[in-house]
Write a protein that binds this ligand. Structure first.
Ligand code: SME
Length: 135
């Protein structure tokens, strides 16, 4: 299985198995930008390329910290993808001290993401890096 296929399997499994994960994608840091990799959801996003520092995704990449937004409508920097999205979590993929990508999940429920999601997804992120981003 290629790294791409592996990441695709993980994002699809996350979306299928967790009810409040409505859209799940991986962005990869390439040429100093976030570029959309494997994703699973009802529709495609037009945000296939995001600058570091832009939107919620760019904030997580810049700070190298998980970002949870309970109500995306309250965040002016939010880059809207789907009309139904109410809340979002973005978890950086860290290799050493470097952000090599991130997991981005949108939910149709407000305040869908808590400490349990963060702990779980940070473990998934660490496993993704170990499996697919090591040399
Ligand atoms: N909402 C993100 C953009 C990516 S979509 O959620 C798939 C943001 O504000 O960075």
């Amino acid at each position: 299985m290629s790294p791409e296929e592996g990441l695709q399997a993980v994002v699809s499994l996350l979306r299928k198995r967790v009810a409040h994960y409505d859209w799940v994608g991986v962005y990869l840091v390439q040429d100093g930008k976030l570029k959309l990799g494997p994703w699973d959801g009802p529709e495609a996003t037009e945000h296939t390329e995001i600058d570091i520092g832009a939107g919620i995704c760019g904030l997580a990449a810049q700070t190298r910290e998980t970002v949870i937004v309970d109500d995306v409508n309250q965040r002016p920097e939010y880059l809207a993808c789907f009309i139904n999205t109410q809340s979002e979590i973005v978890v950086p993929l860290m290799r050493g001290g470097e952000c090599v990508g991130e997991i981005d999940i949108d939910s149709d429920q407000a305040a869908a993401f808590g400490a349990e999601d963060q702990a779980f997804l940070e473990r998934v992120a660490a496993m993704m890096v170990a499996a697919y981003f090591e040399d």
